[in-house]
Design a protein around this ligand. Structure first.
Ligand code: PSU
Ligand code: MN
Length: 305
């Protein structure tokens, strides 16, 4: 079946000539960070990818059109997050609906992977993936990011899973799904706002190594892969303080009856308030670092071919 996918000319040209491309998601713009930090961040990440020698492709549904490589005007519109005009949060299951409805949709990790793969983009940089929520034993809240990693061949560069999640359960899920979890110069799974979680990952020394592991994984029929990058030390948050703020945010989400796709944006906003904006600064710093690492990795993959 045919689907019209809009690929920015610059992105298409890079793909045609085997040059590195890095996909970026739009949920983090429309639902993950407050305005105007989100707009600055979206622009800065594109520049970080360029500085690393790759072409950025911000992904979203723009007026019903799945788009790989959003233009500046679309990115600006997606950053204007007043409740009346905010693009909806689009995960894998929502793609068809938003395309049919002709609206704007900000794509999550899962939906961004799906569109990136369709366009032929192999590397994608984000902040933290969704995962198994705390309390999943009762509420079954497991992000579609995990099922997407199990089926769609895209290498996702991130700072682990958000600390608001159940990290051991998230790693178990990834293991069951055959999703490799590599650590960028670390053997510990990053906890998003801090570098350490006490959980193991397979250390990768450099981009060339990651590229070789990716090629072998793909050749053996594997799908998604994670490269986890510890957040920059100077912006990492104190773990005890973060944990207390998370507990508080989780209680509030429960009291207010927040569920479904609203949970993650609610918790991120609550955490930003609890930490006096520290979590937003940390989030931005690690997103930018991930964009730089992803550009290096995309270049190393292009060099293998
Ligand atoms: N990482 C961030 N901020 C975010 C997200 C990730 O730093 O806003 C978004 C991503 O788009 C991710 C989504 O895919 O949260 C997960 O949502 P859910 O748990 O509802 O699947
Ligand atoms: Mn969920």
């Amino acid at each position: 079946m045919d689907l019209s996918l809009a690929i920015a000319p610059e992105v298409q040209e890079a793909l045609d000539t085997g040059r590195p491309v890095v996909a970026l998601e739009s949920t983090v713009i429309s639902h993950g960070l407050p305005y105007p930090h989100n707009l600055e961040l979206a622009r800065a990440m594109e520049q970080d990818v360029r500085d690393g020698g790759a072409v950025p492709a911000t992904v979203g549904i723009v007026a019903g059109v799945p788009t790989v490589g959003m233009d500046a005007a679309a990115i600006e519109r997606f950053a204007r997050t007043d409740p009346l005009h905010r693009p909806s949060k689009v995960s894998r299951r929502d793609l068809g609906y938003v395309i049919a409805a002709g609206g704007d949709g900000a794509t999550t990790v899962a939906a961004t992977m799906a569109l990136a793969h369709l366009a032929g983009v192999q590397v994608f940089a984000t902040g933290g993936i969704g995962g198994v929520h705390r309390g999943a034993r009762e509420n079954w809240d497991v992000s579609a990011d995990l099922t997407e990693l199990a089926r769609t061949p895209v290498l996702v560069v991130c700072a682990g899973a958000k600390a608001i999640l159940d990290l051991p359960a998230t790693l178990e899920y990834l293991e069951t799904s055959g999703v490799p979890v590599l650590g960028w110069r670390t053997n510990e799974f990053p906890a998003f706002y801090s570098a350490s979680s006490g959980l193991p990952v397979a250390p990768a020394p450099d981009a060339a190594f990651v590229a070789r592991a990716w090629r072998a994984h793909r050749a053996l029929g594997g799908a998604g892969m994670l490269l986890t990058v510890p957040p920059p030390a100077e912006h990492a948050l104190d773990r005890a303080m973060t944990e207390a703020a998370i507990e508080c945010a989780l209680r509030r989400a429960q009291d207010e009856g927040i569920h479904g796709p609203a949970v993650t944006p609610f918790l991120l906003a609550a955490l930003a308030r609890e930490t006096g904006g520290e979590s937003v600064r940390a989030n931005i710093a690690l997103l930018r670092q991930n964009a730089r690492v992803a550009a290096q990795v995309a270049a190393a993959i292009a060099n293998l071919l």
